[in-house]
Structures are given as C-alpha cells and as structure tokens.
Design a protein around this ligand. Structure first.
Ligand code: FO1
Length: 324
C-alpha cells in the first residue's frame, strides 16, 4: 500500500545525495511527490573524466536526463531516442570506442565543454541545462573542482574510475578506493547550504563506496549530516546490487554485501533506513541500533514504483520527526 503523508509535508525541503542510475530513479519519484523546487540533488562527480578533450560527468547527466524524462531506460545512462553515427565513424577510424557517447549526448558534451572553456563552472552549466530541459528541481554537482575516484587493484595498479568501470568492466579486484583524488576538497557553498536548509536529507540507493562516499568525503558535509534528519535507501537487495558493482566492491573489500552492511556503512549519520521487502527475514537478525529501519519495495521498474518509494522515504522521515 502506498504510504500516506500529510499534504503539508509536500512542502518539505528535501536534499538528496545521489550517484547515477539507481539514485536517479528515486530522484524522479521525489521530484514528482514534492512541490516544484523543493528537491535539491547533490550528485557525485567522482566518476568524471576527460574523453576526446570533453569533460564527461556521467552521474550528473544520468540525473539530469532522468529528471527531464530523456533518459535511456534500457542502458541506464545516456539519452533515449539516441543515434550513434559519430561513434560508428570513430570506430571506422580506429579511434577509442570503449566509452560510448551517442549523438545527442555528444551535443550536450560539446556545449558543456564550450561553456567550461569560457570559464563557467560545472554548477552554473548544470543549472543552465536544467533550465533548458525544464527541470524544476535543483541539481548540484558535489563540487566544481576535479575530484576523481581512483581504484587501486589487487595487482597494485591505480585506475581512473571509468577505466575500471567501463573499459575493464569492473573485473579487477579492488584493494583500495581513493576519493577526491586523495586531496582535501570542501563542499561548495551551495552544497553546504542545500544540506543545512533541508528538512530531510535522503541518501539515494546508489553505490555507497563510489557514489555516496565521495560526497560524504567533502569537508563540512558529514558535520552537517550529523545534525540533520537523514534517511537512506539500501542499494543492496538479497546480497546483490540491481545494477553496477556495489556488491562486488563489498566483497573485494572483505565485507559480506547485505542491506545490513549498507546500514553499518552509514552508521553515525543515519536516522532512518529503508531496505527491500525481500530482506525482511534477514533484518529480523540485525543487531539493534538507534536507526529506525523499515522494509519497502525498493526495486523501481516504473514511475509508480519511484513515486511509492519516494513517499515511503518522506513518510519515514516525517514519522521520525514527529516521534522526537
Ligand atoms: N557505461 C557503460 O557501461 N558503457 C558506456 O559506454 C558508457 C557510456 C556513457 C556515456 C555517457 C554517460 O553519461 C554515461 C556512460 N556510461 C557508460 C555510464 C557510466 O559510466 C556509469 O554508469 C557511471 O559512471 C556509474 O555511475
């Protein structure tokens, strides 16, 4: 049954931390359920890299395309109604083709690079694109400076994230993950402000290690989260991730992947945690904690699922608030 919450809570200001595919789905639900402009998404840019001289920001684009209703729901990344003429021509020329940019997606990248070259920030460009595509939620890259996630393999090599993820198909075993290019980076003023002003902070069902941790690693972010109402949704269901290498990363790092492991990963910042109905039996064995946990259907196959989960997240936040 769809959880109900008072219409007043549609006025809630929600700030969500998200990566790409799974995170974007919940953002679509939140965007639908909340009053226009009451959702701010802070999006991971640790996956960003340069390809053919163009700045690529995969999670930011997945989120914007999803909120604009333009996402390719089959791949989970890129644009729907896409054509691939440029990629085919590049292939014919023997150019690198391991990272596939469709023609429409390429136009977005060309324009973003032109604006970056003019000195605009990623935050400014994202706001401009959101306006063009009629997105009324606010989308903020987690920071404007390069903050690459680096993967150290068990063989000792350091890889850029897209090298690991797309080119090597997540096959190398991970020994270590370095966030923010191993530098200290402060959360931007807009990011910190969006967290401070939120009635509820949501951690989307994105990869904890490489989508959410980079945002949490920004100076100032954890401090704000510790003082706010925070609800997370597990991206791990029955020990697996629906998409992507989250479960494999837990295994590589010596932790059994489970919803409980996700809850423990966020210990210290969470007030509420939603895990999938399929893990209900497992949850009965979890150690007690101050975090209020709740089962719900977290698999989002259509918009109704996205909206139902968004309502469940907000209604859990509201109940925690009312119980205080
Ligand atoms: N993921 C792939 O597995 N293969 C690709 O060729 C690929 C191209 C691509 C182009 C633009 C974009 O925004 C994303 C793209 N992704 C691709 C997805 C992306 O690299 C990953 O899903 C994220 O980095 C993980 O969150």
């Amino acid at each position: 049954m769809t959880p109900k919450f008072d219409a007043a809570f549609r006025n809630f200001k929600v700030t969500a931390l998200a990566g790409g595919v799974g995170g974007a789905k919940l953002l679509v639900g939140l965007d639908e359920v909340l009053q226009p402009g009451r959702l701010t998404a802070i999006v991971n840019t640790g996956d960003d890299f340069t390809h053919f001289g163009l700045h690529i920001s995969p999670d930011l684009d997945s989120v914007c395309y999803a909120l604009a209703g333009l996402a390719d729901l089959v791949h989970g990344w890129g644009r729907k109604d896409e054509s691939w003429q440029v990629l085919e021509e590049l292939r014919r020329m023997g150019a690198p083709d391991w990272f596939a940019l469709g023609d429409r997606d390429l136009a977005w990248h060309l324009e973003r690079q032109r604006l970056l070259n003019e000195g605009k920030t990623l935050t400014e460009i994202t706001a401009h694109f959101c306006e063009i595509f009629g997105i009324h939620s606010h989308v903020l890259p987690m920071c404007d400076e390069p903050a690459p996630t680096l993967i150290k393999t068990k063989e000792g090599a350091w890889l850029g994230f897209q090298d690991y993820f797309v080119r090597l198909k997540c096959q190398p075993e991970i020994a270590e993950i370095a966030l923010l290019g191993n530098r200290a980076i402060a959360g931007s003023e807009l990011v910190i402000q969006a967290l401070q002003e939120a009635d509820l902070i949501v951690i989307a069902p994105s990869n904890p290690w490489v989508s959410i941790d980079p945002i949490l690693a920004l100076e100032g972010v954890r401090d704000v989260l510790q003082q706010k109402l925070v609800v997370a949704v597990s991206p791990i269901i029955k020990g697996s991730a629906l998409k992507g290498p989250a479960a494999k990363m837990f295994n590589d790092l010596g932790i059994k992947p489970s919803a409980q492991a996700v809850r423990q990963h966020y210990e210290g910042i969470l007030d509420g945690f939603i895990f999938d109905n399929l893990d209900l039996e497992d949850a009965e064995k979890w150690q007690a904690s101050a975090i209020i946990t709740e089962p719900f259907q977290t698999i989002m196959t259509d918009d109704a699922d996205k909206i139902a989960l968004a309502r469940a997240v907000i209604s859990l936040g509201v109940r925690i608030l009312q119980g205080r």
